[in-house]
Design a protein around this ligand. Structure first.
Ligand code: ADP
Ligand code: NI
Length: 234
């Protein structure tokens, strides 16, 4: 299941290999159907990118690829942001799906444990993972929040929530608790300081850190250019 071929586009030349695992195949189909219409930055292609990145990091880190693939595919099917802040909705929906597939209970539990710990919860809140696979899926998800795609997703999310781009009179906050982070409704540019610029130093795997480095640089360049244009200096 890879993106449609676009002539001349790099992805067309090297489509990622489809998985041969039936759990992964069926789960990808299921999630694609569930998330097709989202416009808040949590659409199917976000899942697809996290899936591919998780697979790449898992191979480099010699982790359990199947666990990483399933957790990446299922990590956003019932995100707290869209379920009145209910953090247990995601793992619950994933468990229901994996039970429907008759997946082994041990596999289901490992995947659901990761889904419960993947989310960012505010600058001042630790989000440890219990397994290498959890660290990998967390890294893969966070890598999709930085770089060019991260910029695009932040403004898509902000737009979907009716947030303004930037307000020089509204400084970013450091959220000490998950509840504060959830309540936050500031301009989208604040989110760069409240989350995106923090992610590079919170990568959990060496491979994730390497990929984050270049994407982080791009965020800094974007912000510098944005603020220069804001003041009319460029
Ligand atoms: P995680 O996957 O760690 O839970 P989120 O779901 O919070 O991350 O974020 C998903 C996407 O939405 C990311 O690209 C993130 O930057 C963006 N996003 C989340 N909160 C905001 C916000 N307040 N303003 C702008 N973008 C946001
Ligand atoms: Ni995600």
């Amino acid at each position: 299941m890879h993106p449609p071929a676009i002539p001349g586009h790099p992805l067309s030349a090297t489509p990622p290999p489809d998985s041969t695992n039936p759990f992964v195949e069926l789960t990808a189909r299921h999630v694609r159907q569930l998330m097709a219409g989202d416009s808040s930055g949590h659409d199917w292609w976000h899942i697809w990118r996290v899936w591919q990145t998780a697979r790449r990091i898992a191979a480099a880190e010699r982790a359990d690829v199947l666990v990483c693939e399933l957790a990446a595919l299922l990590h956003d099917i019932a995100d707290w942001k869209f379920h009145d802040g209910d953090e247990s909705a995601g793992p619950r929906a994933a468990a229901l799906w994996l039970d429907q597939l008759d997946a082994p209970a041990a596999l289901r539990d490992r995947v659901c444990e990761i889904i419960a710990e993947v989310s960012f919860k505010g600058a001042g809140v630790e989000t440890p993972t219990k397994s290498l696979e959890g660290a990998i899926v967390q890294d893969a998800d966070r890598l999709d929040a930085i770089g060019a795609i991260g910029v695009a997703r932040a403004f898509a999310f902000g737009g979907a929530r009716g947030r303004i781009l930037y307000d020089p009179e509204s400084p970013p906050e450091r959220h000490a608790t998950f509840a504060d982070y959830q309540k936050n409704g500031g301009p989208t540019l604040n989110h760069f300081h409240e989350k995106l610029l923090l992610l590079r130093d919170r990568m959990r795997t060496a491979t994730g850190r390497r990929i984050a480095e270049q994407r982080h640089c791009f965020l800094e360049q974007f912000l510098a250019q944005f603020l220069t244009e804001w003041t009319g200096e460029a």
